[in-house]
Ligand binder design. Structure first.
Ligand code: HPA
Length: 249
């Protein structure tokens, strides 16, 4: 991401707990004001770009979406100097174009999560702060990811409303129909409050989504872990390619 300054933070989700190709310079176990992040920060270089990688669900994968300490994760990246974050998210597809193994760079969010620590601005404050969140994803970073996908023939959808649900259970068919009526194209459990917390600290944030299943009721079968794993196997190489190419600038 040659036009973006500083180290890029990559938060890996389901299917991306490590980043191959990263020339590792070191790891840091940090404690933040908000507690411990999900994993050590892995610092290194990807095609010359300084990168800090964090595994959202821990490494190995053990923290469910509603128990991720999103504040600690974002704060830890901020504390080591990261100002641009790529959040990689496994998602369910609602829009007809967004079937399994499809890469998506969404442009909007609807938040259905509840009970999560979702702001830095609470407790003993000097003043109340309301950030602007009209455009939750950084457009310049979205462009970099989409250009990388185009250049390397990774098919993708360059739009989409990400509906963030609480989990860890998947949705009912009626919940997905309601989300569709609301305008959601994708459904995932980890997009929020991560994006909002990054915005609260003034960081650029972008989502790189990989569809790993049709959302509930959008296919003729129930959702299985086998189909999710198959879609991850099929699609994650495209996600890795986009990350590597966009870092090379
Ligand atoms: N729903 C919510 N989160 C998800 C899904 C889904 O169908 N697939 C992957 N993450």
């Amino acid at each position: 991401m040659s036009d973006l300054s500083g180290a890029i933070g990559i938060i890996g989700g389901t299917g991306l707990t490590t980043l191959s190709g990263l020339k590792i310079a070191g790891t840091r176990a940090l404690e933040t004001l908000w507690g411990e992040p999900s994993s050590e920060l892995v610092e290194g270089h990807l095609d010359g770009q300084s990168v800090v990688f964090l595994s959202r669900h821990g490494n190995p994968h053990r923290i469910p979406p509603h128990e991720v300490n999103y504040r600690a994760n974002i704060q830890a990246l901020y504390d080591v100097g990261v100002r641009t974050v790529v959040g990689v998210n496994a998602v369910g597809g609602i829009h007809p174009e967004m079937g399994p193994a499809r890469v998506v760079v969404p442009d909007q969010i609807i938040d259905y999560t509840w009970g999560r620590a979702s702001t830095f601005f609470e407790g003993a404050l000097e003043r109340v702060t309301h950030i602007d969140f009209t455009w939750p994803y950084d457009q310049a970073a979205r462009d970099v990811l989409m250009q990388a996908a185009t250049a390397h023939d990774v098919p993708f959808s360059g739009f989409g409303v990400y509906g963030a649900t609480q989990g860890p259970r998947l949705e009912t068919a009626a919940e997905i129909r309601r989300m569709e009526r609301d305008g959601c194209d994708l459904v995932g459990m980890t997009g929020m409050p991560e994006a909002a917390l990054a915005a609260e600290l003034g960081m650029r944030y972008v989502c790189l989504g990989l569809v790993v299943n049709w959302a509930a009721g959008k296919s003729d079968h129930v959702i299985t872990m086998e189909e999710i794993e198959a879609a991850i196997d099929q699609g994650m190489s495209g996600v890795r390619r986009i990350l590597e190419v966009s870092m090379a600038g």
